[in-house]
Write a protein that binds this ligand. Structure first.
Ligand SMILES: Cc1cc2nc3c(=O)[nH]c(=O)nc-3n(C[C@H](O)[C@H](O)[C@H](O)COP(=O)(O)O)c2cc1C
Length: 381
């Protein structure tokens, strides 16, 4: 399969599956427990229909939005994801460059494989630093100071990962960092020699955000042990309030779902929240962000920027979320499969297809600007 044959999410996913060793494909594609939340994330968009206006003079369409003080040319951004150089040797470099080209925002994960400083130099677009809260408060402060020095515009604290989700596909393959593959996993790596060749002929795999704290080489600290040993399950609202004050800029919480928590985020001075269930990878059975969106927008939408992610595969999904009041929509696997399939050209093609789909759908909906999209354009079945 070739990149030019990829027309949508499913095509990119198929191409990524052909290229990646099974354990890595399943790490991206998988989710927690029975993966019910993962499935619902996309299905939720089918719960309502778009009701278009016509004859609205849509020769020019402006897709830009302003979210957390950042002007984005598109109402979608690349949500932070871990370990991107495992998926393609260019990893975050490819995503940062593609996001910059399309004038949108991208996130670098604490578990990113390219340094946030390097990503900042590659992309002209606004950058999010996705942060986990460590037991070591000094480390938290150090990481925020580092992000500030690098010129990161938005701090994003992930709050839905207080403990690791139950990813049974990874247990079956033995996927872990450092690799601890079982026999079946090793066989699947052997079946994809092109990936293996790229992996060994490019620079060593690193986690530059955590380099000095997590030893990947000797197998001393795996990612799951990073979660259990270094992150602080005692984190509470007071801890986060202190971080928000210390950062003193755009700060959002990723993984808020309840109205109660959304109000608290406003109270402690956050400028944004992302409704998210981590792509179904954490609490299986939790509600989808799209299902929960209207309730949250109604409660706090006039005081804080509400974003959402999870299951977005189409421009029309984005339009539905915007119509309910989301300020912008995060993409996860939508750009990860293209990254795995073809690196930077893959991510660029995916973002371009998304741009074309959003523009076309806005025209067909009779909307010149994102602000024209209203609740009245949606009817729930
Ligand atoms: C492979 C993978 C790695 C991820 N790594 C992180 C991470 O390091 N930090 C984080 O906050 N979210 C992470 N996420 C969650 C995404 O940021 C986003 O919330 C999710 O992918 C959205 O769902 P979608 O993939 O259906 O679009 C990850 C998701 C995937 C698929």
């Amino acid at each position: 399969m070739r990149l030019t044959q990829c027309q949508n999410f499913h095509d990119f996913r198929r191409m990524a599956r052909q290229r990646l060793p099974g354990p890595i494909f399943n790490y991206i594609d998988g989710a927690a427990d029975d993966e019910t939340t993962y499935r619902r994330n996309t299905d939720a968009f089918e719960a309502c229909d778009l009701v278009p206006d016509v004859l609205r003079g849509v020769a020019q369409v402006d897709m830009s939005v302003t979210v957390m003080g950042q002007k984005l040319a598109l109402p979608v951004y690349c949500s932070p994801t871990a370990l991107q150089r495992l998926f393609h040797h260019d990893g975050e470099r490819a995503v940062a460059a593609a996001a910059g080209k399309f004038g949108t925002m991208f996130g670098v994960s604490s578990l990113g494989t390219v340094s946030l400083e390097e990503a900042r130099q590659i992309s002209g677009g606004p950058q999010v630093y996705q942060f986990y809260f460590h037991k070591d408060r000094g480390l938290n402060r150090e990481m925020m100071a580092r992000a500030k020095t690098a010129g990161v515009q938005v701090m994003m604290l992930t709050v839905d990962s207080i403990t690791g989700g139950n990813r049974e596909r990874d247990k079956r393959t033995g996927f872990a960092i450092p690799f601890r593959l079982n026999l079946a996993g090793i066989a699947q790596f052997a079946a994809k020699p092109a990936w293996a060749l790229n992996y060994v002929t490019h620079e060593r795999f690193r986690l530059p955000q955590l380099d000095t704290h997590v030893d990947m080489g000797g197998g001393a600290m795996s990612i799951s042990r990073y979660f259990t040993d270094m992150l602080d399950p005692a984190m509470n609202w007071d801890d986060v309030a202190a971080m928000v004050a210390e950062w003193g800029g755009q700060f959002c919480l990723k993984g808020i779902m309840s109205v109660e928590d959304a109000r608290r985020a406003v109270d402690i001075g956050c400028t944004g929240i992302v409704l998210s269930n981590h792509g179904g990878r954490q609490l299986d059975g939790s509600r989808s962000a799209f299902d929960q969106l209207a309730e949250i927008v109604d409660a706090v939408g006039d005081r804080i920027d509400v974003m959402m992610d999870g299951g977005v595969q189409r421009g029309t999904h984005v339009l539905k979320a915007l119509a309910l009041g989301a300020k912008a929509v995060g993409l996860g696997r939508y750009y990860l499969f293209p990254l795995a399939a073809a690196g930077r050209p893959g991510v660029e093609r995916a973002l371009d297809l998304m741009r074309i789909e959003i523009e076309r759908a806005m025209k067909l909906m009779g909307c010149q600007t994102v602000a024209d999209l209203q609740r009245r354009h949606l009817r729930f079945r």
